[in-house]
Design a protein around this ligand. Structure first.
Ligand code: LLP
Length: 438
């Protein structure tokens, strides 16, 4: 997919760059992003909305993968940006991302984070709970600044996905429940507050969703809710934010719809529900993360130790693992892989790909058919672009990989590989009180 292909040397090539050369130049593990494919996804969303006739904003959910270069790409594509922490906000501002197109999410934004975002003049706060509803308003009042907000609601929809990434059900740490009546209470309180401009409501039902029924169900619940709000307060929303969650194809088992189809289903359903209620059509916002970057990312590793337990299993270990991709360990996530330096060879054996972390659960792929791997071969794991690098960590003091963007035969480092010095940068030598007193 994207610009990936097997070149004349039998090597995996992405963005016109031979992956064996990328490994040689930048080392492994290496995150490779197909820039053209990211832009293609961005444009597919924008185009689908343009065709719908709705006013819209497509906000990239930066938690999926973020760095300064990624923010710049999103800015160039004229999209908005969803951030969930002061760290993501800081990165966006550093990248020169237009503040008015930044939306701030999170179920426990601290006072400092809210202040930072207020000072930056971001476009919208997505208020999650009653505590934040008061806190943000107090800050806005102090600064005599009117802030635009959305209220995050939980519509009580079960999205069919892993329970850790399912967020729309009633019993959730996120948002104001519609069923419990808290959502209505929140709208009334927000309308009473002079320094708030209530733009509308938000709902995100989960992630890696293939079916459109969850979105349709959410729109129906929200439509009913908005009608009730109008009856009781006369208030009508301007913005309806339906979150992200559009699924991607990690393996042959996954069968997502094309981006345009998700947008089409959503916009048609909003039109239907709102028209039926004689409700003015809102501006629609969405927040795709995974579906923008997931398929565009590939992780390149070097094969090292190979352990064959006759009759039981063959383990092929690579020079990364749960430190650069925790998703298999955390969600039993499945991936596909190939030997990047022997991409034209047929599969010869079934092996399991082990990471190098001190943890039995650090397995990237179980029972996968590959050509017979040898130490020094390059293993490319595909579709690692979302929640891979962004969830990378320093377990076992493994340094986080470098990230390169490739396009038209050119590679640019977007994030440098961490150095040993980076690992100890914040460490301090402690002169222990006990040893002093001895
Ligand atoms: N909007 C909100 C409010 C969200 O909570 C999320 C994801 C998104 C948008 C973007 O969803 P996406 O389009 O990427 O599915 N670490 C997990 C995924 C966590 C998703 C959290 N929220 C994983 O690796 O699968």
């Amino acid at each position: 997919h994207g610009t990936s292909r097997v070149n004349g040397r039998g090597h995996l090539e992405i963005g016109g760059c031979d992956t064996t050369e990328l490994a040689h130049t930048y080392g492994t593990p290496l995150y490779i992003y197909d820039e053209a494919l990211i832009r293609e996804k961005c444009r597919a969303y924008v185009k689908a909305f343009e065709e719908s006739g709705f006013r819209f904003q497509v906000a990239y959910a930066s938690k999926a993968f973020m760095c300064i270069a990624m923010c710049q790409l999103i800015a160039e594509e004229n999209m908005s940006l969803d951030v969930v922490s002061s760290g993501e906000l800081y990165t966006a501002l550093k990248a020169g991302f237009p503040a008015e197109r930044i939306h701030f999410h999170g179920n426990n934004k601290t006072e400092d984070e809210l202040k930072m975002a207020l000072d930056a003049g971001i476009g919208c706060f997505v208020v999650d709970n009653f505590f934040e509803l008061e806190l943000l308003h107090d800050l806005a009042q102090k600064e005599e600044r009117i802030v635009s907000i959305l209220l995050r609601l939980t519509p009580g929809i079960e999205a069919h996905t892993h329970e850790y990434i399912s967020t729309g059900q009633d019993d959730s740490k996120f948002g104001f429940g519609v069923a419990s009546g808290q959502a209505l209470q929140a709208v009334k309180r927000a309308l009473d507050k002079p320094f708030y401009k209530l733009l509308g409501i938000h709902s995100h039902i989960g992630s890696q969703i293939f079916e459109t029924t969850g979105f349709i169900g959410a729109i129906e619940v929200l439509g009913e809710f908005l009608e009730q709000v109008r009856t009781e307060t006369k208030y009508e929303i301007e913005v309806l934010n339906l979150g992200g969650g559009f699924g991607i194809r990690y393996t042959a088992e996954d069968d997502p719809l094309p981006v345009s189809k998700y947008v089409q289903v959503i916009t048609e359903e909003v039109r239907r529900q709102f028209t039926a209620r004689n409700y003015p059509l809102p501006e629609i916002w969405i927040e795709p993360g995974r579906s923008i970057v997931g398929e565009a990312g590939t992780t390149l590793y070097t094969v090292g130790a190979i352990k064959d337990i006759p009759g039981i299993r063959k383990y092929v270990a690579i020079d990364g693992g749960m430190s650069d991709n925790i998703r298999p360990a955390l969600y039993q996530a499945k991936y596909e892989a190939m030997l990047a330096n022997r991409a034209d060879e047929p599969a010869a054996e079934v092996v399991s790909i082990a990471g190098k972390c001190c943890e039995s659960g650090d397995m990237l792929i179980w029972d996968y058919a590959l050509p017979k791997a040898e130490p020094g071969d390059l293993l490319a794991v595909s579709c690692t672009g979302a929640y891979g690098y962004s969830m990378a960590n320093n377990y076992n003091r493994i340094r986080r990989p470098a990230v390169v963007f490739v396009k038209d035969g050119r590679a640019d480092v977007a994030v440098k590989r961490e150095s040993y010095e980076d690992l100890v940068r914040n460490d301090r030598v402690i002169v222990c009180a006990l040893s002093q007193s001895v």
